[in-house]
Design a protein around this ligand. Structure first.
Ligand code: ADP
Length: 417
């Protein structure tokens, strides 16, 4: 071959390598990438076939991951040991190797050929193998070109295949990491769904028995004449009320998501939901000798929303009103038509909220009382969840308050005619 001919060939290889590096950089899927690498390895070195072997870090065996002829899937099941094998030698010595006649090389394992030969009668004659590395320079596998079409593999083939192997090694590492991340992400999502499902079921299932306990204990408490018995029952009642608060937080947690909350929209009368929530909290407010008054319009206040979500929103507002209002205080709930909206107002005679905190309280985990000095329980999620849920139902929520003179929360939802 003349000098000009060889330079021409170098340019062709160079251009092909540049094109290959672009593809390697843009392909994220591991198998697609491996098939591309073997195809390019065979074409660039004018070989009949090529294969990629990657090290399994657990078994310390090399595994064929892809061959240039993608029908050779049998090969993929043949593991190659690091000792006494051509690929193992290349891997261990971390340098390229040319084998002129594989048949007479004791390191060559004819099993690999046999596996392929059964279907396509392939027999390896010559081999050029080079190590592959990850971004840190660790050897991760071997790229082999098999059976040079004409003549034998030469130094230029070694150079070309080494460059391809360097580019490929980093791309394979990246694709493996992406695949691992995707898998981890899938598992996290599954776990997250499992957790949400568990929280949803648990919070639901705990509610009914707890209501029974609350109702029973508070009626016993009302009838208790003996001060010692009354004190004990107060103790049980308070524990049950604390549990009720925890369940409310669990209900909130099922709506704490990164995206839009998943809702089941239906048409219903908001008044019914509000009345049910007030009734469910009756024992809690009565335990604090609070008066809860509710004013509802005669007409049904029909809205399109998620009944369960609205139960959580109203539950949060009423819980807070009870929690932040001292014993003997008052809570007034009003449902009214307001233009083309229905407004729900929950007003209490409690500790109030400083004006500069009226927006902050809707942030996740924000609580006016510093955490260490807190005398009230809760995770600081209720109002943030309420705002998310209302926005997903085309509604709004806001608060008004004067420190020391109670707070008032407003909920607005579009009214359905
Ligand atoms: P949590 O009640 O679990 O702390 P929320 O998100 O429901 O969480 O409320 C956030 C904060 O807003 C509360 O910690 C409290 O400081 C304040 N807040 C909410 N409702 C009232 C209320 N009715 N009266 C006084 N402060 C309130």
């Amino acid at each position: 071959m003349t000098n000009t001919g060889s330079q021409q060939l170098d340019k062709t290889r160079f251009t092909r390598l540049v094109d290959a590096s672009r593809v390697l950089n843009s392909t994220g899927e591991l198998h697609e990438l491996l098939n591309f690498i073997t195809g390019e390895a065979a074409a660039l070195t004018e070989a009949r076939a090529a294969s990629v072997l990657l090290l399994d870090p657990h078994t310390r065996l090399l595994h064929f991951m892809a061959t240039s002829d993608q029908t050779h899937t049998e090969l993929l099941d043949v593991p190659v040991p690091l000792h006494n094998s051509v690929a193992g030698d290349i891997f261990q010595k971390n340098e390229p190797l040319i084998v002129e006649d594989a048949g007479s090389d004791p390191r060559w394992n004819p099993e690999a050929d046999e596996a392929v030969g059964v279907t396509v009668g392939f027999r390896t004659d010559s081999i050029l193998g080079v190590p592959m590395h990850d971004a840190e320079g660790e050897t991760t596998g071997v790229l082999e070109a098999l059976n040079k079409r004409e003549g034998g593999f030469d130094a230029r083939d070694v150079e070309t295949l080494s460059i391809l192997a360097d580019l490929a090694g980093v791309a394979v590492e990246r694709a493996r990491l992406v695949a691992e991340l995707r898998q981890a992400n899938r598992q996290l999502n599954e776990l997250d769904q499992l957790k949400s499902k568990f929280i949803a079921i648990a919070s639901h299932e705990l509610r009914t028995p707890l209501s029974v306990i609350l109702a029973y204990v508070s009626s016993l408490r009302d009838q208790a004449d003996n001060p010692r018995t009354a004190a004990k029952l107060d103790h049980v009642l308070n524990a049950a009320i604390r549990l009720r608060g925890l369940i409310q937080d669990m209900l909130n947690l099922q709506y704490v998501e990164t995206g839009e909350p998943r809702l089941n929209l239906e048409i219903f009368n908001l008044t019914n939901v509000v009345q049910a929530v007030v009734e469910e909290r009756r024992d809690t407010s009565e335990a604090k000798q609070q008066k809860v008054m509710i004013r509802t319009p005669d007409d049904p206040m029909v809205v399109r929303g998620d009944r369960g979500a609205m139960d959580v929103v109203i539950g949060n507002l009423l819980n807070n009103a009870i929690k932040f209002t001292p014993d003997g205080g008052e809570i007034r709930i009003v449902i009214e038509e307001h233009g083309d909206e229905v407004w729900l107002r929950v007003r209490d005679s409690g500790i109030g909220i400083p004006t500069d905190k009226l927006e902050l309280i809707f942030n996740r985990f924000y609580q006016v009382e510093p955490h260490l000095r807190r005398s009230h329980e809760g995770l600081g999620l209720g109002l943030a969840v309420a705002r998310d849920l209302l926005e997903a139902q085309y509604g709004r929520i806001w608060a008004r308050s004067n420190a020391g003179a109670g707070s008032e929360f407003f909920v607005a939802l579009p009214l359905i005619e």
